[in-house]
Design a protein around this ligand. Sequence first.
Ligand SMILES: [Zn+2]
Ligand SMILES: [Zn+2]
Length: 625
Amino acid sequence: MQADNANPPDRKAPEERNKMTDLERLRHSCAHVMATAILRLWPDAQFASGPAVENGFYYDVELTHRITPEDFPAIEAEMKKETKANHPFERSVVTREQAMKDAQAGRLGALAERPSPSRFKLGNLADIPEGEPITYYKSGDFIDLCAGPHVMRTGNIGAFRLTSVASAYYKGDERNPQLQRIYGTAFKNKTELEAYFNMLEEAKRRDHRKIGAEMGLYVIDTEYVGPGLPLWLPKGGAIVETLEDLAKETEFAAGYVRVKTPHIAREKMYLTSGHIPLYEESMFPPIVLQERAPSQQEPGAAAPAERYYLKAMNCPHHHRIFAAEPRSYRDLPLRLAEYGCCYRYEQSGELFGLMRVRSLNMNDSHIYCTEEQFAQEFNGVNAMYLKYFKIFGIEKYVMRFSTHDPAKLGQKFVDEPALWKKTEGMVRRVLQESGINYIEVPNEAAFYGPKIDVQVWSVIGREFTLATNQVDFAVPKRFGLVYRDRDNTEKTPLCIHRAPLGTHERFIGFLIEHYAGNFPLWLAPEQVRVLTVGDEEPLVAYAKGIVDELRASRVRAEGDYTNDKINGKIQYAEQARVHTMLVVGGRDLQAGAVSVRVHGKGSLGARPRADVIADLLASVRERRA
Ligand SMILES: [Zn+2]
Ligand SMILES: [Zn+2]
């Protein structure tokens, strides 16, 4: 059993519960059904909390019997009886006294009264604030203390499966008893359930950690470099460089200018930006620097120690670049771009391949503009996303537009009611007018302004958060950033934070799954390998000439000129996921031709050398899929 105490679920406020999707209701309802089944098998089971979570649900249970996957069929069989019986979920409101009494009688999270009290339910009851209704949900014999909501009947749970067991402390607190956390998932019907597990199987085959190792893209050298700090190997480095070329070319055409900034800054920077204290727990602890005294004989002359921080984001550095020169309205919009390397402190248990890391290279830019320029700039950012989606064959995406909650101004959100309204209005208008696919999510904005999370789906249907855009109307002011307007007054610019290609780490992790490691020609780490049939000199010279010609045009081409059997050489190149193999034999040499093979597609026949090279160059240049 692995410990699973990450993110103990907070008690959901009633309004958040009402936002539960149909699928979340169904899955949470299935947790009740699973508890019912467990109680049929082990009547002394004590239940704690059973929420819907991403991709399924769990229920925490205390039980002397250690539940293992071998028990799943028996539990699922009991669950089946409950869904077949099609019990309604009956809600009732009770007084706190009644709930206390029932919990003492062991009746909550149970099928009947029991000798020992429902002790975790007593604890949960104590967490329900005065004034909030206390409700039960009853399905068949099972009564639970629960705020809901649920589906109408147990029969609405079309298909379910138990998936794993972990351990977790009650309420995520290690001073509390350790419970068994039983995970499962549920869907409307069997077809959806099966599609989900097929997708998971396919995702496992396409696991970026597995393919990344097979292809030699990156390593994480925990011992010498540290956890969460990937090293890009030459083949991964080739993908990194190619993505940067794409970004630089696209951004240059869109009027961006490039900057370069150091990886650390003084504490003052982050106190001004507000990252300290707001974001401090995601930052590495400070580097305390004692400037050395000019002369070792005078230790007393040493300056006081200074605190430096590794940057967790690039914005503050860019803000200081904005501030480095006087700015006028003629300088705006100013689009500062950088593939900036940031460092974030993630708990070691949260680190995951390239997806959760501690060093990340971000496709970052900060656009400083006037209010009048905002719509056009924001539209330009969206157009860039759509361009990238097309290049990478990303067909499904959604922009989650997170807005503020006026009730939480001054706590969760910076207290600028008018600016919030105005900025959110501007963003909403652009999203509506551009016809981009978006949804609006209240109460999830960043502290400084509305944000847009870009979710994309890989070709096998798995969802990834690619990037976050933010519209910032507060931090430029904190840094005192101003431009001189037409009327000669000083004004604060708006700042758009955007990173369409996210970070190299996360985006390449996504691309590995998306392409199953079979990158298109323009992106493939090894684009072309020229293979000779035999190792005779004129043939090898011919092959080397092809490699040299391709490399002169920056095509990542290699040669295999050994005397090994050609089938073995082809197999070797296929395993390495080389995109295009050019096989040359005596006849090709005579005819000035090459025989083309494409990874996963097989032989495409012999063609004149010049035509093949021209095609390869065009495919790379146009970034063909
Ligand atoms: Zn419930
Ligand atoms: Zn930023």
